[in-house]
Design a protein around this ligand. Structure first.
Ligand SMILES: [Zn+2]
Length: 480
């Protein structure tokens, strides 16, 4: 366990100071104050009114370790995640992540396991292995009068948010998932994925499909529809929100930080905060899933700089959740990941491994993700060594450059993964970050729970067992 008192985060330190200040002020004037007629929330409520489910998609323990050491070296303080280990009321759980069809789950099956309490086959969303639709968690919450919310850096119709709220036989049916969000009235929907709500007419299997724009239908149901950081701020506190900030996934945090054109896209913590402001007014509470969705994507692409920045951004959501819990102890907070991706690890490098630390610090010289570079090359159809060097700080060999140009010409789908694979020796030499594959991994993962019902969760669970713990804590009536 970390001696947290030795490394308080500045934010937590300030928060503690302001809380202590507020407590003193309350005590000082309590004899003059009128009696408070609103019953206070009990300090240890038995039932959860709210659920906040924070999921970082595809986080290997090695990814967490890499970010942890980067934070210690570059910020002189541990991650918020690491500070949770010293926190009162923590239930710490090891979670087996398999699906019905494989020891290695995908995000659809993993989120469905949490979302409906059953292991399903990889690729399906809340459909049993026998092909039956299962009611997802957010539908139960809605039936109990709770508000519901989905926040993610992926398309909002992606596998993980869908696993809490939708039913489709194949995770690729994102346009159907968008329709279900409309008919099921998920109250707050924030993330990427405009292209799943608004698209041109097309011909599918020889059948003409009409153009669709679901946004007016959402607006007609009372939703405030927003598309950038500014309009999100202007809609503050609105009880129904649809925010689609990108056609596809929300751009990586590293690219939002360096590309001025992407500054208008809100960060995950900003979206989370906005969701809380909207949902917390709901009288009977809420169920909210917040996903740092692109640690997974950076893992698939074996992109060390992108994965570090995604992990750090997810970590910034933790104090927001803890602040909310301090004010609202009748909240069950879950923090976990659905599986590992890529087998990311910072490795020993050099004699006695003395080069590992500087190698980790060298990630600071990367200014963009390989995805950003991929988008640039695909747009122009041209490889550019200047762009490559500006983003990554080194230039591929002439032979590698020719291979990248060939991949651009051949329209290789995952050009970012192709490039990281091609220059993996140079990347290894600079960062000491290694990968086991570009796929998911079967590792068991950490799960934290705080609040009502948390202490009922045993120290080892299979992912599908969490559904029962959450629904019991929230007092939701389920079919099973
Ligand atoms: Zn994945």
């Amino acid at each position: 366990m970390l001696p947290t008192s030795k490394y308080p985060s500045r934010r937590q330190f300030l928060k503690g100071a302001s809380l202590a200040g507020a407590a003193t002020a309350l005590t000082a004037c309590s004899s003059l104050a009128k009696p408070n007629v609103t019953p206070a929330t009990p300090a240890n409520p038995k039932k959860a009114k709210n659920l906040i489910f924070l999921v970082v998609d595809g986080m290997c323990l090695g990814t967490l370790g890499l970010a942890h050491h980067w934070s210690l070296r570059n910020r002189k303080q541990p991650l918020n995640w690491m500070q949770l280990y010293g926190r009162d009321g923590l239930t710490r759980v090891m979670q087996d992540t398999a699906s019905a069809s494989s020891p290695v789950t995908d995000s659809a099956a993993a989120a469905s396991a949490w979302g409906c309490g059953e292991r399903v086959n990889n690729g399906s969303v809340n459909y049993s292995t026998a092909g039956q639709a299962r009611t997802p968690l957010l539908s139960y919450a809605k039936a109990a009068g709770k508000a519901t919310g989905l926040v993610t850096t992926c398309t909002v119709t992606h596998a993980t948010p869908a696993g809490f709220s939708a039913n489709v036989t194949s995770r690729g049916m994102e346009k159907e998932i968008a329709q279900q969000y409309l008919s099921r009235e998920i109250d707050v929907i924030l993330g990427g994925g405009l292209s799943k709500f608004n698209y041109k007419a097309s011909i599918v299997d020889g059948v003409a499909q009409p153009a669709v724009d679901l946004r007016p239908a959402f607006a007609a149901k009372g939703y405030q529809v927003v598309n950038d950081r500014k309009s999100l701020a202007a809609a503050k506190g609105h009880s129904k929100l649809l925010g689609l900030f990108s056609g596809g996934h929300v751009p990586y945090a590293i690219d939002r930080g360096s590309d001025p054109k992407l500054k208008k896209v809100p960060s995950l913590p900003e979206m989370f905060q906005a969701a809380l402001e909207s949902l917390s007014a709901a009288q009977d509470g809420f169920a909210l899933q917040v996903e740092g969705g692109r640690v997974d994507h950076a893992g698939h692409a074996n992109d060390a700089a992108a994965i570090l920045h995604e992990q750090l951004e997810f970590d910034d959501c933790i104090p927001i959740a803890l602040d909310f819990m301090n004010a609202n102890p009748d909240t069950l907070l879950i923090i976990t990941t659905d599986h590992g991706t890529g087998g990311c690890q910072l490795n020993g490098k050099g004699a006695a491994y003395v080069e590992s630390g500087p190698a980790l610090d060298s990630i600071n010289t990367f200014t963009n993700s390989f995805e950003w570079l991929q988008n640039r090359f695909k747009k122009t159809g041209q490889y550019s060594s200047e762009d490559f060097q500006a983003a990554m700080g080194f230039v591929p060999t002439d032979a590698q450059a020719a291979q990248i140009q060939k991949a651009i010409d051949e329209k290789v789908k995952y050009l970012s993964s192709f490039m990281t694979g091609l220059v993996e020796d140079q990347l290894w030499d600079r960062t000491a970050v290694g990968w086991t594959s570009t796929n998911h991994t079967s590792e068991c993962v950490e799960l934290f729970a705080f609040g009502p019902g948390a202490s009922e969760i045993p120290s080892f669970i299979e992912n599908y067992q969490l559904f029962g713990h959450m629904t019991r804590a929230l007092g939701l009536k389920t079919e099973s």
